[in-house]
Design a protein around this ligand. Structure first.
Ligand SMILES: C[S@@+](CC[C@H](N)C(=O)[O-])C[C@H]1O[C@@H](n2cnc3c(N)ncnc32)[C@H](O)[C@@H]1O
Length: 280
């Protein structure tokens, strides 16, 4: 009986290909055959939560999912939302230098887009950097987008554990986080919430980077598009880079993940240093 149940949960190559095509069409994420075992394991876990045993049935559920919720679940299990405060910290040094230079030159309005914001650590790090670099009262706003409504919910909640804050410098913790009283009488993890002044600088919105046109008009001073292009093929990357270019003002900057060099991809950006590009 157990063996029969296991057999029901096997993902055959044909169904895997149908998943791969659907994921590419909806999210631009490329699932190569190397990912078959990973999809079987992770999607199988999601199916168990739903009490389903047949991959073809689950495929039909996602295919018919008009409002996108199950697509988000599928995406969440096959992609990673890994992120952290001050990840690839050099970008925040560059951002500080740019903001100070632009403010000294008389700029008073600053717009930044964080294109794959995940659970919020990246846009909040941008916001801390902006507040520390610029004078009080400057008009600075951040647009933070992601395809996953689940991670956006966590980003909006802005509540993190002490462990999440490990790489955050102590003065930043003291200035921009409030310790929360644990609701868990058994001593659950200590949690910290981002202060309202920082949260109010950010607008969170769902946006699928693989399906332009995008609703925003820009222009942005800086775009952070980090650790998301790795999931896309060159066609989607090229189109996304063209959109980033269009949405930036001349002299604006693009930050990409350090594993995501634009070498070999058609783009008008000029390299400034590793993972930092300028729109000339
Ligand atoms: C590895 S995380 C990177 C988070 C952050 N940018 C960083 O560098 O720490 C990738 C994020 O991209 C999001 N993502 C994946 N495909 C996407 C798409 N087509 N459109 C928008 N976001 C997408 C995922 O939901 C996830 O939150």
């Amino acid at each position: 009986m157990a063996a029969a149940q296991d057999q029901e949960c096997v993902l055959d190559p044909r169904t895997f290909n149908r998943f791969a095509q659907l994921v590419y069409a909806r999210c631009g994420i490329v699932l190569t055959e190397k990912k078959e075992a990973l999809v079987q394991a992770r999607v199988g876990k999601r199916m168990r939560q739903l009490g389903m045993k047949d991959f073809a049935d689950y495929f039909r559920l996602v295919e018919a999912d008009a409002n996108g919720d199950e697509t988000v679940h599928l995406l969440d299990v096959i992609s990673t939302n890994v992120t952290s405060f001050y990840r690839e910290a050099r970008h925040f040094e560059v951002l500080t230098e740019l903001l100070r230079k632009w403010e000294q030159a008389g700029q008073t309005t600053f717009r930044i887009w964080c294109a794959a914001a995940s659970t919020g650590e990246e846009p909040y790090t941008i916001a801390f950097t902006v507040r520390d670099a610029l004078h009080n009262g400057t008009d600075a706003r951040i647009l933070a987008t992601d395809i996953s409504t689940r991670v956006l919910g966590r980003a909006r909640a802005a509540v993190y554990t002490a462990r999440d804050l490990e790489k955050v410098p102590r003065p930043v913790v003291n200035k921009y986080f409030q310790r929360q009283h644990s609701a868990d009488a058994n001593g659950g993890p200590e949690t910290y919430s981002v202060v309202p002044e920082v949260r109010n600088m950010i607008t969170f919105a769902r946006l699928n980077l693989a399906t332009p046109p995008f609703p925003m008009r820009g222009p942005f001073d800086v775009v952070f598009c980090r650790n998301v292009m790795i999931y896309f093929d060159d066609a989607i990357r090229t189109r996304l880079l063209a959109d980033c270019y269009r949405l930036l003002r001349p002299g604006g900057y693009l930050m990409v993940g350090h594993a995501e060099s634009l070498t070999g991809i058609l783009s008008e950006f000029k390299s400034v240093e590793p993972a930092v590009y300028i729109k000339k």
